[in-house]
Design a protein around this ligand. Structure first.
Ligand SMILES: [Zn+2]
Length: 334
């Protein structure tokens, strides 16, 4: 058993209560490799933001759970080296789907886990989430549950249609499971193709597709039932048009990729939504950076020469999210 506290990591409890109080949200960025991690840590340190490093089951399979854990221990040391005396870094399992997976992460140094039983019948979701909470809380590890189903595809998680969270269930779920935060479904979705063009309308000024609005009435109803309870939004990438354009300009083929408008995320961040998950945007920023170098310099074969600019592009994106969308800059406790 490795304690996350020995690794210099923190759980989400305190940072979430400060975020709700302060009307901002903590960024939860997924990572799978060194360049993403460097970019996240640099962006968090330079903006003085708390940050959640998320590992999905797919990332665990890709990069190895042990290696990812040591990378996060390294991330804390790196943040200090960059001049941040008291970094607030969470290592979080994204979309844990079994008790065994959550336990394995908890036992090796994760400070927070998600157990996603949202695809199960309600009573089974309650039982599974409760089982993970009971194990995690022995070690002061925070647990995110989920009610409602998001559409879209993300690693192994996929669903054809949304099912909005039923606000009538949230009190029962939070009370019986003891979970520390709740992911809800209000119309965000996984991946870079969040909406079909026929679901959108065209903005007469920019000519771009505007997706249907998020179901803020569902969020409001949840907040009314559970005042001050930490709410999480998954699938909240905005799919920046400039990254998509760069990818397509240099040989890529992303058609009608549509994300969540940043205005809607800004509005959500001011509410009890205190964790906003962003993965696809980082993938797009990295791919755009790599494609540009390889297209402009076809003789280049030093990975540092294309991964370096890709890393810089991701860092810029992370800082933009922190400062201009989530508002978590300058929010470290000390
Ligand atoms: Zn998710």
């Amino acid at each position: 058993m490795i304690s996350y506290k020995e690794l210099g990591l923190v759980n989400t409890r305190e940072m979430f209560s400060r975020a709700i109080e302060g009307g901002y949200a903590i960024p939860a960025f997924n990572f799978n490799n060194m360049e993403q991690l460097q970019a996240i840590v640099k962006a968090a340190v330079e903006t003085k933001s708390p940050v959640i490093l998320q590992v999905s089951k797919g990332a665990r399979n890709y990069a190895n759970q042990t290696l990812l854990r040591y990378m996060c221990e390294g991330a804390v040391a790196y943040a200090k080296e960059l001049g941040c005396e008291h970094p607030e870094i969470v290592l979080h399992l994204d979309h844990g789907d079994t008790f065994e997976l959550c336990k394995s992460c908890i036992d090796m140094g994760f400070s927070s886990v998600m157990i996603d039983g949202s695809h199960l019948p309600y009573e089974e979701n309650v039982a599974l989430t409760k089982q993970v909470v009971e194990y995690a809380h022995q070690f002061d590890i925070t647990v995110e549950g989920e009610l409602g189903v998001l559409a879209g595809v993300e690693d192994e998680v996929s669903a054809e249609h949304h099912t909005y969270t039923n606000p009538e269930e949230v009190i029962d779920f939070a009370t019986r499971t003891g979970c520390d935060s709740l992911a809800i479904s209000i119309g965000t979705s996984h991946g870079a193709y969040k909406f079909k063009p026929e679901q959108c309308h065209v903005d007469p000024q920019t000519g771009r597709l505007v997706p249907p609005p998020l179901a803020f009435e569902v969020l409001d109803a949840v907040m009314e039932k559970l005042p001050g309870f930490p709410i999480v939004l998954h699938g909240s990438s905005s799919v920046p048009q400039e990254e998509v354009d760069t990818i397509n300009k240099y040989g890529g083929k992303l058609e009608a990729a549509i994300g969540i408008p940043e205005d809607e995320l800004r509005k959500a961040a001011k509410s009890a939504v205190c964790k906003i998950n962003i993965d696809s945007d980082s993938r797009l920023a990295m791919t755009a950076g790599v494609r540009k170098v390889l297209a402009e310099q076809p003789s280049e074969f030093d990975p540092r020469k294309y991964l370096g600019p890709a890393r810089d592009n991701m860092e810029k994106l992370y800082k933009h999210k922190i400062i201009n969308v989530l508002g978590s800059d300058n929010k470290l406790a000390k």
